[in-house]
Design a protein around this ligand. Structure first.
Ligand SMILES: [Zn+2]
Length: 344
């Protein structure tokens, strides 16, 4: 809305009345969420994207333009602090008057637990050793979580040994794997929610928001069918991902990864973790190890060294894509195509 000089009485009438039905300013955290909001707002308005494509949401310094997007927002859609722990404070201070929707905390969202190990259990496991281990865990009075944290490779002492990696202390993770946008089922749930939130802020356009959401949900169904078709010929292929970001995709398409080089919070893997993954690649004859544009290719090369595994670059954020309503489907489709190529 342009600022015009108006007599005070008229200006007050415009602000408080129904004369101007302004479309709300909307901000979304990452490009795939922004894409879902853009689908719902099509023909009505355009949301702002807070985290620039190509940046890793796990660690990010808000640029002035990104802070401005939050500052101007009437509505904010974000995954939540499990993905971007640094963003909670920014939303509180910059978007204090906005209606904030935390997608990971909304009803109907499929959530997976944070995986504490980077070696994922094979589907057909069930050796006796597993049962013994579980029994032992139970003896520890339910303190499994703390114990895992202590045993974990990425403890504070190890971090301190890696100079210049102190920033990883900011990588707090909650109970859940935050990459929930990689499930098209979650996307469908959120499309409805986004339409509802926009409609309460802007009732005049409620019809358009809900019609757009319905059309987008139909596109999600078509996308899921298409992706299942892309993956079908390479089912049974084994792959390792750079960071544990694909649990929702793996589950949605019943296409499990064998492991990840780095945990779901994208913290740098310790030498022992890298050795562990190399061991698995050799033992299981892993077909494919996937890098990501946001992270260190050198680590992937180290892991690949001396193996026959193929490699490719998988991108859960769409860093090379134009932000907008088409991005979400393209992210999911590209992931499937990358996997199919690497496993072929
Ligand atoms: Zn991630």
């Amino acid at each position: 809305m342009s600022r015009r000089l108006l007599p005070v009485s008229i200006s007050a009438a415009l602000m408080g009345g129904t004369v101007l039905a302004d479309v709300p300013n909307v901000a979304a955290d990452i490009a795939p969420v922004h894409s879902l909001v853009a689908m719902v707002m099509e023909g009505v308005g355009t949301p702002a994207l807070v985290i620039s494509p190509g940046a890793s949401p796990h660690e990010h310094n808000l640029r002035p333009s990104e802070a401005a997007a939050l500052q101007e927002a009437d509505l904010v859609f974000w995954l939540g602090e499990d993905l971007t722990p640094w963003m909670e404070g920014a939303i509180e201070t910059l978007a204090s008057g906005a209606t904030v929707t935390t997608l990971l905390e909304t009803d109907g969202t499929i959530l997976h637990d944070f995986r504490e190990s980077t070696l994922f259990e094979a589907h057909e496991h069930g050796e006796e050793g597993d049962h013994d281990e579980h029994a032992e865990d139970r003896d520890h009075d339910g303190h499994d979580h703390e114990e895992h944290a202590e045993d974990d490779d990425h403890n504070h002492e190890e971090h301190a040994e890696h100079e210049g990696h102190d920033d990883h202390d900011n990588h707090g993770h909650g109970d859940h794997d935050p990459h929930a946008w990689l499930s098209p089922d979650n996307a469908e749930t959120w499309l409805n929610l986004i339409a509802a939130q926009l409609s309460s802020a802007d009732p005049d356009n409620a019809g358009a928001y809900f019609a757009n959401a319905a059309a987008a949900r139909a596109e999600m169904d078509a996308l899921s069918a298409e992706v299942a078709g892309i993956l079908e010929p390479v089912r049974g292929g084994s792959f390792i991902v750079f960071h544990d970001a694909y649990q929702y995709f793996e589950d949605a398409f019943d296409f499990p990864a064998s492991g990840a080089i780095s945990l779901s919070d994208a913290s740098d893997p310790s030498p022992s973790r890298i050795a562990e993954i190399q061991g698995r690649i050799h033992e299981e004859g892993i077909d494919c190890v996937l890098a990501e544009p946001q992270f260190n290719q050198g680590i992937v090369n180290t892991v690949l060294d001396g193996t026959d595994a193929k490699t490719g670059v998988i991108d859960p954020l769409g860093s090379d894509l134009e932000p907008g309503k088409a991005l979400y489907a393209q992210v999911i489709r590209n992931m499937a195509n990358t996997l199919a190529e690497c496993l072929n």
